[in-house]
Design a protein around this ligand. Structure first.
Ligand SMILES: Cc1cc2nc3c(=O)[nH]c(=O)nc-3n(C[C@H](O)[C@H](O)[C@H](O)COP(=O)(O)OP(=O)(O)OC[C@H]3O[C@@H](n4cnc5c(N)ncnc54)[C@H](O)[C@@H]3O)c2cc1C
Length: 316
């Protein structure tokens, strides 16, 4: 029986593990993908103390730090199918492959997954030219023309990175302005091979064996189709709340895991941190994920202490 079960191998989960281990709690940390979203951040310029660091390098340092506590932190790469709350107030994780792990508290740090556009051709050409991570897949499109769809950080950063290798990048955004960090907007505006296709929506992804073009809702430069070999869909993300929702945790109006200032969810002994939660004003960053992970571990520690005092007072 572990003190804390942490689901998520990203910035929030690893920070929670580091804090929990320093509180002398026994930790089981599990995730489907090592490093989480941080692995796709090519250039991180706002992690304090590092003027410039690559996302995968930063996440490897998180991992090594968490695993430096030896036996106090058990680490597993696995998908979690469900989390069960036992009547005595403890929890059981059900892992893919049939294993179970028991714990006294849970920290949900499952991050988010990429939102889909929901247009014809998207599913058909997924993996055949349609992808959801420009910064991960740009290098497969060296010398080709590609479209990046979206107007937030991922889209604008993705277009800037892709422009370094692609022949031409069409940055397609349904509005006239970007909501991305001004740093990345400036970066992308400096690229000579980026075309801005603004106030246009992609209504179809067209192709035969693979992507051939995107079709727009209205003409741009005299045509409704733009020929491209790749389409990077970067239209935001959806919090990965399924496990928490199935357990009965309350979500906010935007379907993020609702937490209070102590990262406590609506269920006793269950905490949330990082991109999955509505904490930090929905500002999804490495710093906020790490901060929330630290607070969640602190609250789990306080919760476990209060349970052990209750237990000793009742003779349990
Ligand atoms: C392209 C890109 C660039 C970015 N650049 C920056 C930047 O420069 N600066 C910045 O501050 N932020 C940046 N971000 C945002 C930052 O990466 C995220 O805010 C941060 O990584 C979120 O961490 P997290 O721990 O909350 O979630 P994640 O890193 O997404 O981790 C979630 C973890 O949960 C696991 N998981 C989910 N469901 C399950 C399940 N059922 N069972 C088991 N495991 C599960 C996943 O496998 C993963 O390990 C960027 C994001 C992107 C996409």
């Amino acid at each position: 029986m572990y003190d804390v079960l942490i689901i998520g191998l990203g910035a929030a989960g690893y920070t929670a593990a580091i804090y929990a281990a320093r509180y002398k709690l026994s930790v089981f940390i599990v995730g489907a993908e090592e490093g989480g979203m941080g692995m796709t951040a090519v250039e991180v310029g706002n992690w304090p103390g590092d003027i410039d660091v690559k996302g995968p390098d930063l996440m490897e340092r998180f991992r090594q730090h968490a695993l430096s506590f030896g036996d106090a932190v058990s680490h597993r790469l696995s998908h979690v199918k469900s989390v069960e709350r036992v009547p005595d107030g403890t929890f059981v994780l059900h892992l893919d492959g049939g294993g179970t792990v028991q714990g006294r508290s849970v920290i949900f740090a499952m991050g988010s997954y990429k939102r889909h556009l929901g247009v014809p051709g998207e599913e058909e050409f997924s993996g055949k030219g349609v992808t959801y991570c420009a910064t991960c897949d740009a290098f497969f499109y060296r010398g080709k023309d590609v479209a990046v769809i979206g107007g937030g950080d991922s889209a604008v950063e993705g277009a800037a990175i892709t422009a370094q290798v692609a022949n031409k990048v069409y940055l397609i955004h349904r509005r006239g302005e970007f909501r991305a960090e001004p740093y990345w907007v400036d970066e992308v505006r400096r690229k000579k091979n980026v075309e801005f296709v603004l106030e246009r929506t992609v209504v179809e992804i067209v192709g035969e064996q693979a992507v051939r073009a995107v079709r727009l809702d209205k003409e741009w430069n005299g045509a409704q189709e733009i020929p491209v070999a790749g389409v990077f869909i970067e239209v935001g993300s959806v919090p990965a709340t399924d496990l928490a929702k199935d357990m009965g945790c309350v979500l906010d109006e935007r379907a993020f895991l609702r937490v209070d200032a102590g990262m406590r969810t609506s269920l006793e002994g269950v905490f949330g941190a990082g991109d999955v939660s509505n904490g930090s004003n929905h500002f999804a960053q490495f710093t906020t994920a790490a901060g929330e992970g630290a607070i969640a571990a602190n609250s789990a520690f306080a919760y476990l202490q209060s349970r052990s005092v209750e237990g000793s007072m009742s003779g349990g």
